[in-house]
Design a protein around this ligand. Structure first.
Ligand code: NAP
Ligand code: ZN
Length: 361
C-alpha cells in the first residue's frame, strides 16, 4: 500500500455558514499503516449535519463536508491493519480518532476523550492538522480502530444510521440500565427517536412516545412503543406526573422541559440528547421536588458501538430509512427542519442526477 499518495475524493460541501451544498473535489490523507480505505456506499443525514452547516455550535470550518453515518466497502488496507480485509462491508460513525491514552480512551469510551475526540468531519486530524471531511463523499481513509464490520444479516443502507442515531440512543439506555420493569419516555420521533423506541422495546422496558406530530402516533406504536402521546395535548400531559424512570429527549431545538421533569418519578433522569443552540428551559425547583436529574450523553465509543451492532444483529434491528440522492439533500434538510422524517434520510452515493462515481477498488 502506498503511504505517501493522497487519495482523490469528491463530495458535497458547504462553503459558508448556512450555505447550500455543492459538488467539491478534495484529497483524503495519504493512508497510514493502520488505515483502511473505504468506498462509501451510503451515508445517513443527521440533524447534527444541519447544526454544523449553520455553525450552530460556533466551531464550523468551511468547506464542510458533512456526514457521520457511513457504510461502505473496504477497498485497501494498510500493512498494519489486523482486523479488516478488502471486500468487507464496514461502518464508521462520528469519531475517527482520539488521544488513546486517557482514562476514557483506555476504556474505549473515546467519545469522552479528555483531549477531545477527532470528529469524522469538521475535526482536526491529530497528525497532519488538516480538517476532516465526512461521508457525503465517495471515499474515506480511516484508522481501523474506528471502523466496524457490518453484520452480514443486516441491510447495508439501513445500518448507516446506527452509527450515530443508533449508538447515541443505545448508549444512554445501557448506561442507565434500562430493562424490564422500567417505564421510559422518548421525546421526538425522528432519527434518534425511532431508534430509541426500537432499542427500549427490545430491552424489555415499557416505552411511551411523546410526539408533536399527531400523524406519527401510529408509527410510534408500530415501531415498538406501548403508548404514543401527543405532547401538545396539555390535558393528557397533566396526567403523566410521577410516571417515568427515564426520559430520553431527542428534540433538536430548545423547548420547555418542565412537563417532562414533572413526568419523572422520584430519582428519575431526563437525558437530553438534542444539542440546541440555545440553552435548556426548565424550572430548577422541579429537580429538588423529586431529587430528579437532567443529564446528557454523547454518541458512543468503539466498544459499545460493536456491542450495539451485535445487539442489532441479534434482534434484527435497523433504521427505517428513505433513500435519497445528493440532488435531494436540500429537500431532505427542509423536511428535517419541520420534523417530516420517517425516520432517517440516507444518501445513496450512486443515486440520481448528482450521483458520484463509487471509488474504484
Ligand atoms: P430529527 O431526525 O430531525 O428528529 C427530531 C425530532 O424532534 C423531530 O422529528 C420531531 O419529532 C421533534 N421536534 C423537532 N422540532 C421540534 C420542536 N420545535 N418541538 C418539539 N419537537 C420537535 O433529529 P435527529 O437527527 O434525531 O437529532 C436530534 C438531536 O440530537 C439534534 O439536535 C442532534 O444534533 C442531536 N444529536 C446529539 C447527539 C449526541 O451525541 N448527544 C448525537 C446525534 C445527534 P416529532 O414530530 O415526533 O415531535
Ligand atoms: Zn449524528
Amino acid at each position: 500500500m502506498e503511504t505517501e499518495t493522497r487519495i482523490a475524493a469528491v463530495g458535497f460541501a458547504a462553503h459558508e455558514t448556512g450555505g447550500d451544498l455543492s459538488r467539491w473535489s478534495f484529497n483524503r490523507r495519504a493512508p497510514r499503516p493502520k488505515d483502511v480505505v473505504i468506498a462509501i456506499r451510503y451515508c445517513g443525514i443527521c440533524h447534527s449535519d444541519i447544526h454544523n452547516i449553520h455553525n450552530s455550535w460556533g466551531y464550523s470550518r468551511y468547506p464542510l463536508v458533512p456526514g457521520h453515518e457511513i457504510v461502505g466497502e473496504v477497498i485497501r488496507v494498510g500493512t498494519g491493519v489486523d482486523n479488516l480485509a478488502v471486500g468487507q462491508n464496514v461502518a464508521v460513525g462520528t469519531i475517527v480518532d482520539s488521544c488513546r491514552h486517557c482514562g476514557p480512551c483506555s476504556n474505549k469510551l473515546e467519545q469522552y476523550c479528555e483531549e477531545y475526540p477527532t470528529l469524522t468531519y469538521n475535526g482536526i486530524d491529530r497528525t497532519s492538522g488538516e480538517t476532516t471531511f465526512g461521508g457525503f463523499s465517495n471515499i474515506l481513509v480511516v484508522d481501523e480502530r474506528f471502523v466496524h464490520p457490518v453484520p452480514a444479516s443486516l441491510e447495508l443502507a439501513n445500518v448507516a444510521p446506527l452509527l450515530c442515531a443508533g449508538i447515541t440512543t443505545y448508549s444512554p439506555l445501557r448506561h442507565w440500565n434500562i430493562g424490564p420493569g422500567y417505564t421510559v419516555g422518548v421525546v421526538g420521533l425522528g432519527g434518534l427517536g425511532h431508534m430509541a423506541i426500537k432499542f427500549t422495546h427490545a430491552l424489555g422496558a415499557y416505552v411511551v412516545l411523546f410526539t408533536t406530530s399527531a400523524s406519527k402516533c401510529a408509527d410510534g406504536l408500530a415501531l415498538g412503543a406501548d403508548e404514543a402521546i401527543l405532547s401538545t395535548d396539555a390535558e393528557t400531559m397533566q396526567t403523566q406526573a410521577n410516571r417515568f424512570d427515564f426520559i430520553l429527549d431527542t428534540v433538536p431545538v430548545a423547548h420547555p422541559l418542565n412537563p417532562y421533569l414533572i413526568a419523572l418519578k422520584l430519582d428519575g433522569t431526563l437525558c437530553s440528547l438534542g444539542i440546541p443552540a440555545a440553552g435548556l428551559d426548565f424550572d430548577p425547583g422541579l429537580l429538588a421536588a423529586g431529587r430528579k436529574q437532567i443529564s446528557s450523553s454523547g454518541v458512543g465509543g468503539t466498544k459499545e458501538t460493536s456491542e450495539m451492532l451485535a445487539f442489532c444483529a441479534l434482534h434484527g434491528i435497523v433504521s427505517d430509512i428513505e433513500l435519497v440522492g445528493f440532488d435531494q439533500i436540500p429537500d431532505a434538510f427542509e423536511r428535517l427542519e419541520r420534523g417530516d422524517v420517517r425516520y432517517r434520510f440516507v444518501i445513496d452515493i450512486a443515486m440520481g442526477p448528482a450521483a458520484l462515481q463509487p471509488a474504484p477498488a
